[in-house]
Design a protein around this ligand. Structure first.
Ligand code: ADP
Length: 480
């Protein structure tokens, strides 16, 4: 079976968040099941060298104001199709924002172009390869299904995965013409979302199948609290909606081989984790304290992630002699607030503002626990990396966090199945209470070590979820 993935990010080539990790990992897991995935994504500067060395499969004379090419290559165990369109993608900044942090003004053309090209590959194939199913990811690929619908001919079936409904790709109605979409599609049962064109809604209305990245988030999305205005349409397609839990690439994220760690370790040599802790403390200028845990946070600093709540819960960490190392970037106010706090709590709170994958891995390797106080979390990956590295997750009970962490309450401790800590609601009181619980359990080193061992053996790979994706592809093909 051939499947075309369409996405705006793909690790390790270009990454701003969890979407990239997923796109870089699922195709490899599907390959083990006999599914042949090609990933179509934009030819950003980060992949210029790969494009130069790749094979040009097709030239496109006109794509939103310039010519473009589809270039094929294989790298990092993946088969890649780049949409090489320099007028759209060869620029500094990140995939969505310019260097000053503003949306690129032509994002509709950039990702509309990506979706259009994906639809053409789906319908006509490219060179001697044609997908049986097209699998779009998030709003950037949302228009694929609209273009397939517009083609008005039998096409392979389409699936869309919602990685985060907070990002919907909204643009003025006037962009419809530019994108070659007919006015007849601009209505409430089509592409219109409160007088604007919504790329994500296109995916939700016209795709044959909708998935999201955890079962709990799939249910949450049908409620006004989490659906962000799209709950009605998702609920109306309830029978076509599934939650398939994200996994992680356990070959890339492996404490026994991770070259960014000071010392490699596994569940049988967990005592070596202490050497990473020492290194982490020194990198963040933190005091040592054998009697209290070292917490970490690795996150975008946005209101979704609930880090304003953590800021106000800091006293419950430092009053116990526990320490926190935070790595993140995002909202300026939060960046400044954490920076300022690190001056107040010198030796107890260490803050690095920035995006640094190597440092993040040392943190997973060296910290005792990772705090993820998200207000909503479609799946979340850092709690899974935490489990894999024996860094116990402390998470808000929402979305995929609720699906992947078993709280160390009395029942779970007695049943010997706890893997972390959960709290709800996302308030300072509730988080503080849970941080106290973590500190108490840390003091019982036998219990703590048992939990760490259990966490490290918790299955976090892609096997089960890749099988689910395959089953859904098969069902879609059987319908056609
Ligand atoms: P989201 O996609 O909403 O940002 P996820 O938990 O799904 O959240 O994925 C975030 C990914 O980005 C993880 O791989 C995490 O380690 C990484 N990450 C987030 N912030 C940073 C940072 N400042 N430096 C390095 N890696 C980061």
């Amino acid at each position: 079976m051939n499947v075309l993935f369409v996405a705006s990010e793909c690790a390790p080539f270009i990454k701003t968040g969890g979407l990239a990790d997923v796109i870089g990992a699922v195709p490899k897991a599907l390959a083990k099941l006999g599914v042949h995935v090609r990933v179509l994504f934009p030819g950003y500067p980060a992949v210029a060298k790969l494009i130069e060395e790749g094979t040009v499969l097709q030239h496109l004379d006109a794509l939103h104001g310039g010519s473009a090419r589809i270039v094929y290559t294989q790298a990092e165990g993946l088969e890649l199709l780049f949409l090489d369109a320099p007028h759209l993608f060869d620029r500094p900044g990140n995939p969505y924002l310019n260097e000053d942090g503003f949306d690129w003004p032509d994002n509709h053309r950039r990702f509309g172009g990506l979706s259009y090209v994906a639809s053409q590959i789906t319908i006509h194939g490219v060179k001697d390869w044609k997908p049986d199913v097209v699998h779009a990811h998030d709003w950037q690929a949302g228009l694929v299904s609209a273009y397939l619908k517009q083609a008005n001919q039998p096409t392979p079936p389409s699936m869309i995965t919602i990685h985060n409904i907070a990002f919907q790709g909204l643009f003025p109605e006037s962009t419809m013409t530019e994108l070659g979409l007919p006015d007849a599609m601009f209505h409430v049962d089509g592409l219109e979302y409160f007088k604007q064109l919504s790329f994500l809604k296109s995916g939700l209305v016209f795709s044959d199948k909708i998935t999201t990245v955890s079962p709990t988030y799939a249910n949450e999305l049908m409620s006004p609290e989490f659906g962000m205005g799209l709950e009605g349409i998702i609920a109306s397609r309830r029978d076509d909606v599934s939650g398939i839990l994200n996994g992680i690439d356990v070959d890339v994220w492996d404490p026994s081989t991770d070259k960014h760690l000071h010392t490699n370790y596994n569940a049988d040599s967990i005592e070596l984790k202490a050497r990473n802790k020492q290194e982490l403390e020194s990198r963040f200028g933190l005091d040592s304290n054998a009697h209290a845990p070292l917490f970490c946070v690795i996150s975008r600093l946005t209101s979704q992630k609930g880090l304003d709540v953590l800021l106000n819960a800091l006293p419950s960490i430092v009053s116990k002699g526990a320490r926190l190392a935070l790595l993140g970037t995002g909202d300026r106010d939060l960046e400044d607030a954490f920076r300022n706090m690190s001056r107040t709590y010198k030796g107890l709170l260490g803050v690095v503002i920035g995006y640094d994958e190597a440092l993040s891995k040392l943190m997973f390797g060296g910290a005792d626990a990772i705090i993820i106080p998200s207000r909503f979390e479609p799946c979340g990956l850092t709690q899974l990396y935490g489990l894999r590295y024996g860094t116990l997750p402390v998470v808000a009970r929402t979305g995929g966090l609720a699906d992947t962490v078993i709280d160390a309450n009395n029942a779970a401790l007695a049943a010997e199945c706890a893997t972390g800590f959960e709290f709800s609601p996302v308030t300072v009181e509730s988080l503080s209470e849970t941080l106290n619980r973590v500190c108490e359990l840390y003091a019982d080193s036998a219990r703590w070590n048992t939990m760490v061992d259990r966490a490290m053996h918790h299955p976090v790979g892609w096997e089960a979820s890749a099988t689910s994706y395959l089953e859904h592809y098969q069902k879609l093909l059987a319908r056609y």
